[in-house]
Design a protein around this ligand. Structure first.
Ligand code: GSH
Length: 223
């Protein structure tokens, strides 16, 4: 069976993507959760990935024996190839190219939003960290999601759930945490993602965690 090595569910935005993808696609996997920025993480992550980061996917039955794939984008691409029947990318070549462009833009961009609004599933921090730069990133996301939903007719960016939705799920979570001001159609997409079974399961586990990262919890109440 596949194994996915992830970080804290409350904070690890990169881990959420492949976890949600596997879960929503109904692909069975086991998870190993490592607590970020601890001695145990440093000790154990080297066993799974030379890059020293999560997520990492371990496939014990790959073509040439056990395979380790790291980085959320590489994992998504591998899963799409490994499970072609699950149609993890949209069907048409043009839509696939479009979805890949969006994922690449997310993967390498939105640094202002990511820094100012770290993923914190359990927290509600409306308005905190907002800046003109953050709003610029929000505006771009609203524009790209709006165009996708208009073209596909929804409910997901390319009709049914795809890698693109998994890639934006951490941003959706941030929009809830920081209460980003969104147009109704985008707020509705946010709510559809938050209502996915996989997203609810991830969030429930995140809320149970008690390993708080001080830098990401400026106003947190005591547990
Ligand atoms: N581009 C990578 C980023 C992975 C990443 O930065 N992961 C963070 C957790 S969300 C991590 O492992 N941090 C541990 C560290 O930097 O020591 C991906 O898409 O998987």
């Amino acid at each position: 069976m596949l194994t996915l090595v992830i970080g804290n569910k409350n904070y690890s935005s990169w881990s959420l993507r492949p976890w949600l993808l596997l879960t929503e696609a109904g692909i069975p996997f086991e998870e190993i959760r490592l607590s970020l920025f601890t001695a145990a993480f440093d000790e154990q992550i080297g066993r799974h990935s030379p890059a020293g980061r999560v997520p990492v996917l371990v496939d014990p039955e790959a073509d040439e024996g056990e395979l380790k794939v790291w980085d959320s984008l590489a994992i998504a691409e591998y899963l799409a190839e490994r499970f072609p029947d699950r149609c993890l990318w949209p069907e048409s070549r043009a839509a696939r190219a479009h979805a890949r462009s969006l994922c690449a833009e997310m993967h390498s961009g939105f640094g202002t939003l990511r820094q100012a609004w770290p993923m914190n599933v359990a927290a509600r921090l409306p308005g905190m960290g907002w800046s003109v730069g953050v709003q610029r990133d929000v505006d771009r996301l609203v524009q790209m999601w709006g165009a996708c939903l208009e073209r596909s007719g929804g409910p997901m960016l390319f009709g049914r759930f795809s890698i693109a939705d998994a890639f934006f799920a951490p941003v959706v979570s941030r929009f809830a945490t920081y209460d980003a001001d969104l147009p109704p159609s985008i707020a509705a997409y946010r709510d559809r993602i938050l209502a996915l079974d996989g997203m609810r399961a991830w969030s429930a586990s995140a809320r149970e965690e008690r390993e708080f990262l001080v830098d990401d919890e400026p106003y947190r109440r005591q547990p």
